[in-house]
Design a protein around this ligand. Structure first.
Ligand code: NCD
Length: 364
């Protein structure tokens, strides 16, 4: 059984397969109208969301399936203190597949260990957002005709922006990807991501202004400054309007550059840009539904009738269990009684839930 917790849980070939299926669905929607008849998707959303939850819901309905779940942790047993592990052990009795969004980093990974049905990460803290990545990849493929040899500018909140982390990881696997990282000093990419880019041999450079990056970009990926992740409100006020893309800045871009944004936008793209044919962010939203249809269908096919009741072991390979402690209080391992799980990387041990370095670097 496969889960989608991180974009690299799918191989490049599997990813390409999901994108190709999404394109087949777009071309022939009627053919898939009953593809998931009788199957149920549980959307467990512990954090606010409009488009991601509606996109999942709409995707499952278009496949002929049904949807149940909650959109606010306050209305579920979480408010009584239930753990993620227990919640999914219950939900598995009512649904065939789970899409989970959680404010704690690594919560969907915990869910995947206990659910016995496929779990899709619909966004965990500032960590990862693999279905937005599939959305982005499908949009890039449809707009640019390829996924390799692309120069992508990532602009805005590269520190807390989970969509940036996931897309960079996914794009690192395609030949000739070049990343231009446009952020204020305070919102630079987390240090583990720099390690990954170096390990993958991805060409990248950091700049402080949009203007200097604009002329060379094939894709500009704009992001919202993630207000909810700031510990200090004054810090947010200081950086919130660091970048605003407007018509004047678009004049410096290539004719065939495209602008992506996972949405919601705040101020970072002026409304006047919406009418520019290069603004692809609303087309991107629609692609998100089709790619989620392809993903749900594929994961359900792979899961088949096999529903092991016990915990699914997926930690073969280079893992250390309960030998180190994760220091990140936004990590699910800080609040739930789960194994302290560390993965060996080129740059030492990393928490399997949130990528932090261990509290004591004893084995690094
Ligand atoms: C993004 C998210 O939730 O991380 N939105 C989305 O899923 N479409 C980006 C954001 O909230 O800024």
């Amino acid at each position: 059984m496969k889960h989608l917790i991180d974009p690299t849980d799918l191989t490049v070939a599997e990813t390409d397969g999901v994108l190709a299926l999404a394109e087949e669905i777009i071309a022939n929607r009627a053919k898939f109208a009953d593809a998931c008849r009788g199957r149920k998707l549980a959307t467990l959303f512990y954090e606010p969301s409009t488009r991601t939850r509606l996109s999942f819901t709409s995707a499952m309905l278009e496949l002929g399936g049904t949807v149940l779940g909650f959109s606010d942790a306050g209305s579920s047993s979480v408010s009584k203190g239930e753990t993620v592990a227990d919640t999914v052990r219950v939900v598995r009795c009512f649904a065939d597949i789970i899409a989970m969004r959680h404010f704690k980093e690594g919560a969907p990974l915990v869910a995947s260990q206990y659910a016995g049905i496929p779990v899709i990460n619909a966004g965990d803290g500032s960590h990862s957002h693999p279905t937005q990545t599939l959305t982005d990849l499908l949009t890039i493929k449809r707009e640019k005709g390829r996924l390799d040899r692309l120069t992508i500018g990532f602009c805005g909140d590269l520190k807390f922006g989970r969509t940036v982390h996931s897309l960079l990881r996914a794009m690192s696997r395609y030949e000739g990807t070049c990343a231009v990282l446009i952020s204020p000093e305070e919102l630079r990419l987390p240090e583990y991501m720099f390690g990954e880019l170096r390990a993958a041999g991805v060409e990248f450079r950091e700049v402080r202004t949009l203007e200097e990056a604009m002329p060379e970009l094939d894709i500009l990926y704009m992001t919202r400054v993630q207000k909810e992740r700031f510990a200090d409100a004054a810090e947010y006020e200081r950086v919130k309007d660091s970048y605003v893309l407007d018509a004047a800045k678009m004049r410096a871009a290539r004719e065939d550059m495209i602008v992506l944004h996972p949405l919601p936008r705040v101020n970072e793209i002026a409304r006047e840009v919406d009418n520019d044919p290069r603004a692809a962010y609303f087309r991107q939203v629609e692609n998100g539904k089709f790619v989620r249809m392809a993903l749900i269908y594929t994961l359900l096919q792979w899961a088949g009738g096999n529903r092991p009741f016990d915990r699914t072991p997926r930690f073969d390979g280079d893992f250390a269990v309960n030998e180190m402690r994760c220091p990140n209080n936004r990590c699910i391992s800080a609040t739930e009684d789960v194994d302290q799980l560390f993965r060996r990387t080129d740059e030492g041990w990393r928490c399997a839930y949130c990528e932090s370095r261990p509290a004591e670097e004893a084995r690094a």
